[in-house]
Write a protein that binds this ligand. Structure first.
Ligand code: TLP
Length: 342
């Protein structure tokens, strides 16, 4: 099977499994797991922040960040296509009790003016404006890599308005590699960042949330609260440390996504990507996505849909050049497919 559903599907490499087997461990709830501590320090340093916190998933990292930056009744500003709003249930409302205000703009971003127009002055009738959440790369925008020119002005405006900024950097290193800008630079203005180890970097599980010491101290409390305090988690952190060695090869995933997109376009598909693409290709269909997904699966290619008429194809560590050719062969065979086997 060629699995293009997501970069979350990778399996740990032999080197990763070896590192997991040999990991030095302790009880991380006591802060005594040396491998977890090393991973947290390493990711924090890579992203130019002081402290890190290892958590089970990207969703939990985002939700802990929202909890740690806000109080109940505060207001969170977020793009309507962002993962933390679109794909995390009503978690921000459930856990943090924040009011979510949705913003619009191209490629998952919004302008400082759009933000300013939505932030209301202090008044007992209004929620307290508190947090802006940005996403880089932006998943539903087709894996858009957003450079400092796109995000810095919003982050600066947020701070001028007295708002904290969290960056969902699940795929931040994809953005850094595609833009040729250090990851640290992309989040220089951010108060906190979450990074996923289990997407393009290839770890089986885990994310790291980074920020200032007092923020991470609050975050640690909320991690426990959500049941994310793991014990001998060094076995997982060890895989994460190996995964950080995969940053350089993300360029291969981006090249393969480009080949896939070019191949699909040549076959007559409406394949598209953002202005700075990474490891995703979106394909808009005339008909429903599901019959196409089922037909591709029967032919050995797994793909996903992000809306009823839109496919998403994602390249990753376990997709080789040959797999791109195989996928294109299947799309060739399915050209004009109408969901009735024709
Ligand atoms: N994204 C998954 C699905 O949930 C859609 C995927 O296949 O792309 N932030 C971003 C930007 C993400 O894309 C994801 C996962 C998360 C956070 C959540 O990470 P996990 O799955 O570890 O909770």
């Amino acid at each position: 099977m060629v699995d293009l559903r997501s970069d979350t599907v990778t399996r740990p490499s032999p080197a990763m499994r070896q590192a997991m087997a040999e990991a030095e461990v302790g009880d991380d709830v006591y802060g005594e797991d040396p491998t977890v501590n090393k991973l947290e320090r390493t990711v924090a340093a890579m992203l130019g922040k002081e402290c890190g916190l290892f958590v089970p998933s990207g969703t939990m990292a985002n939700q802990i960040a929202i909890l740690a930056h806000t109080e109940r009744g505060d207001e969170l500003f977020i793009h309507r296509e962002s993962h933390a709003y679109y794909y995390e249930g009503a978690a921000a409302t459930l856990w943090a009790g924040v009011m979510v205000t949705l913003l619009e703009g191209s490629e998952g971003t919004f302008s400082p003016d759009e933000l300013k127009s939505r932030v209301r002055p202090p008044n007992i009738h209004h929620p307290r404006p508190r947090l802006v959440l940005l996403e880089n790369t932006h998943n539903r925008a087709g894996g858009a890599a957003l450079g400092p020119d796109r995000l810095d002005p919003v982050m600066t405006a947020s701070h001028e308005l007295g708002l904290a900024v969290h960056v969902d950097g699940a795929r931040l290193f994809n953005a850094a590699v595609a833009l040729g800008v250090p990851a640290e630079r992309l989040v220089r203005e951010a108060d906190s960042v979450s990074l996923c180890l289990s997407k393009g970097l290839g770890a089986p599980v885990g994310s790291v949330l980074v920020g200032a010491p007092d923020f991470i101290e609050r975050a640690r409390r909320f991690r426990k609260w959500l049941g994310g305090g793991m014990r001998q988690a060094g076995v997982l952190a060890a895989a994460g440390l190996v995964a950080l060695g995969n940053v350089g090869r993300l360029a291969d995933d981006h090249r393969r996504a480009r080949e896939l997109r070019d191949g699909l376009t040549a076959l007559g598909y409406r394949a598209w990507g953002p202005s700075v693409p990474t490891n995703m290709v979106m394909v808009d269909l005339e008909g429903d996505a599901q019959p196409m997904i089922d037909a591709a699966r029967e032919r050995g290619v797994l793909i996903g849909a992000v809306s009823p008429h839109r496919l998403r194809l994602v390249t990753h560590l376990d997709v080789a050049d040959d797999d791109i050719h195989r996928a294109l062969d299947v799309f060739h065979a399915l050209r004009g497919y109408d969901g009735h086997g024709r």
